[in-house]
Design a protein around this ligand. Structure first.
Ligand SMILES: C[S@@+](CC[C@H](N)C(=O)[O-])C[C@H]1O[C@@H](n2cnc3c(N)ncnc32)[C@H](O)[C@@H]1O
Length: 162
């Protein structure tokens, strides 16, 4: 039986789904060698917090997507407020069907979402991330998982934070 990570964490008493919070985000992005020309896709951008931080810190452009249109409305407001509309754009789409051509991005970042998926759906999302990443591209993610299971030829480079 597959149990979604957030249900598992809730049983352990965790009330927040963002494993390790901003510290883990910083740890991930610092390893990615991001520069102004790095093409980044953030899947599950929610209200745009991470993509705004990336644009401010590295001067890069980021495309963000999420399923939740209300969160995206807030993201657009936050992007405007920070004067970053020329570098950040958001759209409504699903991790399972990314509306981009193969090999479009240097980095895909996806935090606190894979944890919500079980078995096959996690593999499907990972396969989409691998498809839109350029050769040598990097997936930055953090997720709670009981056992890794990468199929469909997906071979992400994984950094493990202990
Ligand atoms: C716990 S929030 C994490 C948001 C943000 N990444 C963070 O770390 O704060 C999970 C987000 O995943 C989005 N989401 C869930 N399933 C999705 C899917 N299949 N495709 C795109 N976004 C999805 C939700 O709408 C929500 O905004």
């Amino acid at each position: 039986m597959h149990e979604a990570g957030h249900a598992f964490l809730a049983r352990l008493g965790k009330t927040k789904l963002r494993p390790d919070g901003i510290d883990a985000t910083n740890w991930l992005v610092e390893k990615a060698g991001i520069g102004p020309d790095t093409k980044i896709l953030e899947v599950a951008c929610n209200m745009g917090t991470t993509m705004i931080m990336l644009a401010k810190k590295y001067g890069c452009s980021v495309t963000g997507l999420d399923l939740d249109e209300k969160a995206l409305t807030k993201a657009r407001e936050n992007i405007e407020k920070n004067g970053l509309a020329d570098r950040l754009q958001v759209l409504q789409a699903s991790a399972f069907e990314l509306p981009f051509e193969d090999a479009s991005f240097d980095i895909v970042i996806n935090e606190a979402m894979l944890t919500m998926l079980t078995g096959d759906s996690k593999d499907r999302a990972l396969a989409e991330y691998a498809r839109v990443l350029k050769p040598g591209g990097v997936l930055l993610t953090k997720s709670a998982a009981q056992a890794p299971s990468f199929r469909h030829g997906v071979k992400p480079r994984i950094a493990v934070r202990r």
